[in-house]
Design a protein around this ligand. Structure first.
Ligand SMILES: [Zn+2]
Ligand SMILES: [Zn+2]
Length: 451
């Protein structure tokens, strides 16, 4: 009996007894806000946190972008009472198209005023919401006091709960977050946003891509990230482009991001050979055919006929294709070209296109188009780089985008680009990027090096 008593003393008190536990029932608030409130309101230090909170709870709160669907059973039994567990635990559930978001997933993003009151929702993580529906404040992923990025796991859980990595409190004064002013208004606005995102994901399906390629003028101003995030405004630009297809998409609310940023997209009907019988085995062979070396880069030709027709037209118009040549391979033919012609970002984008295709025939048709246009662009860029004194749009293009979508009105290809400032052109003079494949460095710069 005495032994049992000793064990009982080591058991943490029931979770229900923690101050603020009942705020678990806030339906659209994030797990981060809930766990952070337990930490702050109960003055838990890191030792207490380890003893009193389940490790999975802490992990889900401070690494929410890593929460998988299989993790959603973890917080049971308490969270079972909530209508939708995924909304509370997975930021990605709130985003109709996470690939279009410019907000870094490794950072907390929210309304400074809501955070001051101890409130945060994963609805605010992507960049679809620009301003807080209640406070009209611009949402931020940087500390409002010192501008440090609000990394989820910058310090220990005790110090990352409602604090910036540099130590500024995000809560106002001694606010406990137990009572959130205007909580019902915030919840109502976020419910409206949820209905909007769900209507969008029902109306629009990405069936190939998206391909997003960032070019050096953009990389020069963005922190290095693999793969890079698109710049702001891609979702509004995409919805705007779709207006011409007679598709009805839900209207923006006043708090949504509506700026197109620098994106210019166009939409065109998409047709392909639906009888194309290629399967996953073919895709795997194509994926293996990608090779990147310091001097030669090889890309698979999934539609050799279409590619060779383009190559013949292209060479007739512009002359020999910069040492590019079709080569036979064991599984498929490849196009071998000088490595300095294509960037790592371009190559990664091509590989991902074949890696993600849910319909292999459609993915192959899309890949062929993207490859041809990408090589056209690469050649014009090469020529422009060798004559840098002549202004060229091919050296200022900052990001490219391409996706095949399915809607009630058919299949559509949406593609376009952003443009950097003319001044960004000089960044091409000495541009280098880490190679993704060989682990070495691939230099893509002027043929005779920087001057
Ligand atoms: Zn707010
Ligand atoms: Zn700070």
């Amino acid at each position: 009996m005495t032994v049992t008593n000793a064990t009982d003393e080591l058991d943490p008190p029931p979770l229900e007894r923690l101050i603020g536990f009942d705020t678990l029932s806030r339906p659209l608030e994030s797990w981060y806000a809930f766990v952070s409130r337990l930490i702050r309101a109960n003055l838990l230090n890191d030792v207490d946190i380890r003893k009193q909170l389940p490790a999975d709870w802490v992990r889900c709160a401070f690494a929410p972008h890593e929460v998988q669907t299989s993790d959603l059973a973890v917080p049971a039994p308490y969270i079972d009472r909530l209508p939708d567990v995924a909304l509370k635990l997975r930021p990605i559930t709130w985003q109709p198209f996470p690939e279009l978001s410019s907000a870094p997933p490794e950072c907390l993003r929210g309304c400074p005023r809501c955070l001051e009151a101890g409130y945060h929702s994963y609805a605010m993580q992507g960049d679809a919401i620009a301003r807080c529906p209640v406070h009209d404040e611009e949402l931020v992923h940087r500390c409002p006091h010192c501008d440090t990025q609000l990394l989820w796991q910058a310090r220990t859980p005790g110090l990352s709960a409602f604090q910036c990595p540099a130590g500024c409190p995000l809560l106002e004064g001694v606010h406990s977050g137990l009572h959130v002013p205007h909580e019902d208004r915030i919840t109502a606005a976020l419910a409206e946003h949820l209905a909007w995102t769900q209507a969008l994901s029902e109306a629009i399906a990405f069936v190939s891509g998206p391909v997003h390629i960032a070019y050096p003028p953009y990389l020069a101003v963005a922190s290095l990230r693999m793969p890079p995030l698109p710049s702001k405004g891609l979702l509004p630009a995409l919805l705007h482009a779709l207006q011409g297809t007679e598709l009805t998409v839900p209207a923006f609310a006043s708090f949504h991001e509506q700026s197109h940023g620098r994106w210019t997209l166009k939409v065109q009907p998409w047709t392909w050979d639906e009888a194309d019988s290629r399967d996953e085995t073919h895709l795997e062979a194509y994926r293996r055919a990608f090779r990147r070396g310091a001097y030669r880069t090889y890309v698979p030709l999934v539609d050799r006929v279409a590619f060779e027709q383009w190559l013949a037209r292209s060479e007739a118009a512009h002359g020999k294709w910069h040492d590019g040549a079709v080569e036979e391979g064991s599984a498929c033919a490849t196009f071998g070209l000088a490595s300095y012609l294509v960037t790592n970002n371009e190559l990664i984008a091509l590989r991902r296109l074949l890696a993600r295709g849910s319909n292999p025939g459609l993915a192959c048709a899309h890949y062929t188009q993207v490859l041809i246009e990408l090589l056209e662009h690469a050649r014009l860029r090469r020529t422009a780089l060798d004559q840098l004194q002549a202004p060229s749009s091919h050296v200022t293009v900052a990001e490219g985008f391409d996706v095949i979508i399915r809607t009630a009105t058919g299949h559509w290809r949406v593609s376009g680009e952003t443009r950097g400032d003319d001044a960004s052109r000089h960044t091409w003079l000495d541009f280098r990027e880490p190679a993704e494949m060989a682990g070495g460095i691939i230099h893509v710069m002027r043929r005779y090096g920087p001057r």
